[in-house]
Design a protein around this ligand. Structure first.
Ligand code: AMP
Length: 397
């Protein structure tokens, strides 16, 4: 199936060709016709599946086809992080470049001056994070009375990040008659409740449950001492000639320490986390995307939704406490059909996290036994083996 089969208008097809997209991803195939039919949508999909285009393309088409001179915000996309907001805005720019649809993005952490100016010039599509949106609404800069389409992106992350109250406040101010597109990678009870409240007879589209995303990615596990993790990372970057890697640490301080260590070893790297200014984060991301730096070290919140094409390696320098986070992290590589490699370090204190991850992905992670920085004797690993694993995979987790 190609994009031609989705009955898209010429300006959008032309933009997709310019982007080099030939085939719609599964979520695009399913969602685009439904959104064009003006159905409410419940999309279970994570970043990396092509979900942004799955809503951006039909929204652009609907608005372009009804362009009737009426001004006002007709579509609102609410997303949890600045990075995601910027990326969604870039997607609207890319897919909409041959249309006359105007869009802008607003997020916190920077001056509102330019954002207010672009709102004043008038936009059809507004992409926003919840805090700044509410702030500018309260100041009277945003009028949503013309709104027709509301997209709630990464609803489960909104909950994780404590934004759900802000989201509900925004929702309370939207016109009741509207089309709602609701996206979430997971569906905890509270999110299901919110979906039930927001959606009217929704069509459900579900793609790549975590385990199938994980299957495409070559995973490996290194048991090592906490104090040897930096050296092991350096060793692997060197030995494997790794072009670019996203390294996840559990803490901001940990991220800074890794960057310091890599810099001393002449490896170009930068950290992104909550203590960095918005500018520093954006510059780091830009440098990483352009290949100016080899390693980006990130905490989970900062890295959420970061979209880097052709990312070859993800390192779990520290294992996450929440097993789903493992799936989100390694899903950064192996995107849009590329193959990816995920390497995890596990020290003596992280075995219970590892056990939970193995349970979630329901698949053993191959262990690399031969490496220069093994976990000290006595701390090794028999205890984390899932009980019913067969002998042949005894050295996998
Ligand atoms: P998303 O899930 O929206 O973050 O998209 C993941 C990545 O896939 C982004 O880098 C998109 O540019 C890319 N992408 C989205 N749709 C397609 C497509 N149909 N063909 C190729 N790449 C795509």
């Amino acid at each position: 199936m190609s994009f031609q089969n989705l009955e898209l208008i010429e300006p959008i097809l032309k933009a997709l060709t310019a982007e080099g997209y030939t085939t719609p991803t599964p979520i695009q195939k399913q969602a685009i016709p439904l959104v064009l039919e003006r159905k409410d949508l419940l999309g279970c999909a994570q970043t990396g599946t092509g979900k942004t285009a799955a809503f951006a393309i039909p929204i652009l088409q609907i608005l372009q086809q009804q362009k009737n001179g009426r001004s006002g915000i007709k579509a609102l996309v609410l997303t949890p992080t600045r990075e995601l907001a910027i990326q969604i805005d870039e997607s609207f720019a890319a897919y909409g470049r041959f249309t006359s649809i105007k869009h802008t993005v607003i997020f916190g952490g920077v001056s509102q001056f330019n954002q207010v100016n672009s709102l004043r010039r008038g936009v059809d599509v507004l992409i926003a994070t919840p805090g700044r949106l509410l702030d500018l609404m309260n100041q009277g800069f945003i009028d949503l009375r013309q709104l027709e389409i509301f997209v709630l992106d990464e609803a489960d992350r909104m909950l994780d990040m404590g934004f759900i109250h802000d989201v509900k406040k925004v929702i309370a101010k939207l016109p009741v008659k509207r089309q709602t597109l609701f996206f979430s990678a997971t569906m905890p009870a509270e999110i299901q409740k919110l979906a039930n409240m927001l959606l009217t007879q929704p069509s459900k589209v579900e793609v790549t449950p975590p385990s199938s995303t994980v299957e495409k990615i070559e995973q490996s596990l290194y048991f090592t001492n906490k104090t040897d993790k930096q050296k092991l990372l350096l060793h692997l970057l060197d030995e494997r000639n790794i072009p670019n890697a996203l390294v996840f640490t559990r803490t901001k301080h940990g991220a800074d320490k890794v960057v310091k260590f890599l810099s001393r070893a002449q490896i170009k790297s930068a950290a992104i986390h909550g203590n960095k200014s918005q500018n520093a984060r954006q510059n780091a991301l830009k440098d990483f995307k352009s290949g100016n730096i080899q390693v980006l070290v990130a905490t989970d919140i900062a890295a959420r939704g970061i979209d880097i094409d052709e990312l070859s390696h993800v390192f779990n320098f520290d294992l996450p406490n929440v097993p789903e986070t493992y799936v989100h992290r390694i899903g950064r590589t192996g995107r849009a059909g590329h193959s990816g490699i995920a390497i995890s370090f596990c020290d003596a204190e992280e075995k219970s996290e590892l056990r939970d991850i193995v349970k979630l992905v329901a698949k053993p992670i191959p262990v690399v036994e031969e490496h220069p920085f093994p976990l000290s004797a006595g701390a090794v690993t028999q205890k984390v083996l899932p009980k019913q694993r067969s002998r042949s995979i005894q050295r996998r987790y």
